[in-house]
Design a protein around this ligand. Structure first.
Ligand code: ADP
Ligand code: MG
Length: 632
């Protein structure tokens, strides 16, 4: 069978991996059965890197050991992120030279953004390999439509560092449209409204003969579900102060518990009309507040309304009115909120697509694209997919003006050639300054790279004939070459964007990751086994307070207790086999307890008593489910 190519959504808040199962894209869950992998990377006390859900707890306990939202820093320089960093607790490595890649400090080590992202990608790769039982080496990765060359290159670098060959970078709105099969309608305009955890993007796509073209993008890089969470937290904190006289604003642990509770409530309100925000505060007091969807909508409306103006602007830039939009697509977890759906419905005057899970749709579309590139099923194989360059590319010409070589919105892959000459008598060197942007003067465009074409024989000004060739590959990555045709002198570069990693740096990072691969794997197994041990121990606590516990024989209870102690002891060590063995033994021994609990839960339900749902869900034998688990 052909090598599997997976599709990856490398998100600011959450990341996912998907593949094509026959004709349907499907998300690959992690070991915990959960589809979403939080884009959080942490360094534990042993210096081991942890990714995803288990890394999240470090954000609270030891903030200097965890990074999140690293996507905001990809391919960007010190100056670019100055304002960004005010909002985040990250520390950067000091003494960065101008143009050098950022390094984020994590405990006593420092990592570049592509290296951090590579850890997330490695986790997804690992999840896919576990799922298939075979290695995965190729992927399609999605990026925001507005990502520039440097940000795209950084994303590709992250893939390489993670041991993935990134066959293609696909724009997120394009991927979402693909997941809905909108390419099949061949022509039309599509509005993709993406409200995630921390960012809002609106993209207007044009479909020409099945080819997607991003004609306008807009958004807000600091607008999303996090803002909603923060509003709810503020209200809860006020409440708690008013009702109980407790000021918990500086109590990190309390705030974190409240955050979890309000997120649960927010999610519940996407499908129910009311819910209860319930938090056990440190010290044992309980905070409870009922909240209706209507009240919730009153609170969050100002946040949701902030998406209106960017949408209007994007439509204006695209030169379209709402009635000229043929399809609207909802992307991002926060578009599950009914109020948001209503707003999109009103804005674009149509029912938006939301049949697929909105936080999975980008990864699903990436899998569709992956399947095409991997030479998958015949049905989709002949489907050609193209993208366009978001910005014009050119070089600086005499007098500081820009000579555009590839114009914005050109379909990629693309190449173009222009001819130049010298402006000075006897000029032997020509400086090629590669630029990106729509402005006319070089100083107003983004500088991508500089290189020199040297050793031209001295000639009168205007005589040399210099051919400058631009080639953009399917990922939007640029290669520039310059050749003086009379002398045959030539120079070329793969554009190395400012704040990009050099090939050598990437190579070193890859080699380093090989060095650590074995150790990483062993550590990972231990960590995973430990997590599983924690789960079973917690479940056992619950089981013990269930009446079923009393129905066990003394011997059965004794055995469970011995095995429990065994799990507690070995889980502190580094011996994976020992931890695994102890867990299996305990699982075996608690089988009957679980059965009894099931029976009692079922019979009490039959008797019309309320059934303790926790008992059903968390019986001590249940290992983590693998396979289909819904996260809604
Ligand atoms: P990103 O693209 O930024 O990585 P996602 O698309 O995964 O993020 O969206 C994450 C956000 O969606 C979080 O703020 C999360 O709380 C929110 N979210 C997820 N499910 C729901 C839901 N059912 N109702 C409301 N918000 C939700
Ligand atoms: Mg997203």
């Amino acid at each position: 069978m052909a090598e599997r190519v997976v599709g990856i959504d490398l998100g600011t808040t959450n990341s996912l991996v998907a593949y094509m199962d026959g004709n349907h894209p499907v998300i690959i869950p992690g070991e915990d059965g959960v589809n979403l992998v939080p884009s959080v990377v942490a360094l534990d006390a042993n210096g081991q890197v942890i990714v995803g859900n288990s890394a999240r707890k470090f954000l609270i306990e030891t903030a200097d050991r965890a990074v999140y939202s690293v996507k905001r820093l990809m391919g960007r320089g010190k100056e670019d992120v100055r304002d960004e960093l005010k909002l985040f607790p990250f520390r950067l490595a000091e003494d960065l030279a101008d143009g050098e890649v950022l390094r984020i400090k994590l405990a006593d080590k420092s990592y570049t953004p592509p290296e951090i992202s590579a850890y997330v990608l490695r986790q997804l790769k690992h999840n896919a390999e576990r799922f298939f039982g075979s290695p995965v080496k190729q992927a399609v990765v999605t990026v925001p439509a507005y990502f520039n060359d440097a940000q795209r290159q950084a994303t590709k670098d992250a893939g390489r560092i993670a041991g993935l060959d990134v066959l293609r970078l696909v724009n997120e709105p394009t991927a979402a449209s693909l997941a809905y099969g909108l390419d099949k309608r061949k022509n039309g305009t599509i509005a993709v409204y993406d409200l995630g955890g921390g960012t809002f993007d609106i993209s207007i796509l044009k479909l020409n003969d099945g080819i997607f073209e991003v004609i306008a993008t807009n958004g807000d890089t600091h607008l999303g579900g996090d803002d909603i969470d923060n509003l709810l937290i503020a209200i809860a904190l006020d409440d708690i102060q008013g009702d109980m006289g407790l000021d918990l604003r500086r109590n990190g642990e309390a705030v974190q518990r409240i955050r979890k509770a309000v997120i649960d409530a927010k999610i519940a309100l996407s499908s129910s009309e009311k819910t209860v925000i319930a938090v056990e505060l440190p010290g044992g007091k309980l905070y409870q507040r009922e909240i209706t969807r209507e009240a919730f909508e009153g609170i969050v409306r100002p946040v949701v309304d902030r998406t209106v103006e960017p949408c209007r602007q994007a439509m204006k830039d695209a030169g379209l009115t709402p009635d000229q939009i043929d399809e609207a697509v909802l992307v991002g977890g926060s578009t599950r909120i009914p109020l948001v759906r209503q707003l999109v419905r009103d804005l674009f005057q149509r029912e938006p697509h939301c049949e697929l899970n909105s936080d999975e749709v980008v990864a699903l579309g990436a899998a569709v694209q992956a399947n095409i590139l991997g030479g998958g099923s015949q049905a989709t194989q002949d489907m050609l997919l193209l993208d366009v360059t978001p910005l014009s590319l050119g070089i600086e010409a005499l007098g500081g003006v820009v000579a555009k070589i590839i114009h914005r919105n050109s379909t990629i892959p693309a190449s173009a050639t222009e001819h130049f000459t010298t402006g000075v008598e006897g000029q032997t060197n020509v400086a090629i300054h590669v630029l990106q942007g729509e402005r006319e003067l070089a100083k107003d465009c983004r500088s991508l790279a500089r290189f020199d074409l040297k050793g031209i024989p001295p000639m009168p000004a205007g005589l040399p004939r210099i051919e400058v060739k631009f080639l953009i590959d399917a990922n939007g990555i640029l290669q520039v070459s310059a050749r003086e045709q009379r002398s045959g002198k030539q120079a070329e570069i793969q554009v190395q964007p400012s704040y990009g990693l050099t090939d050598e740096q990437v190579e070193n990072m890859i080699l380093e990751s090989f060095d650590y691969a074995e150790q990483d794997l062993a550590q990972r197994q231990v960590i995973e086994a430990r997590n599983e041990a924690e789960t079973i121990l917690t479940a056992l606590e619950k089981g013990r307070s269930n009446q079923a516990w009393q129905h066990l024989t003394d011997d059965e209870r004794k055995i469970i207790e011995i095995l429990e102690a065994e799990v507690r002891e070995v889980k502190e060590g580094q011996d994976f086999q020992a931890i695994r063995g102890a867990i299996d033994a305990l699982n075996q021994a608690t089988m009957r307890l679980a059965e009894l609990m099931m029976d009692s839960a079922v019979s009490s339900a039959l008797k019309g008593k309320t059934m303790e749902s926790a008992d059903m869900g968390e019986g001590p034998v249940a290992p983590h489910p693998i396979g289909k688990a819904e996260f809604k």
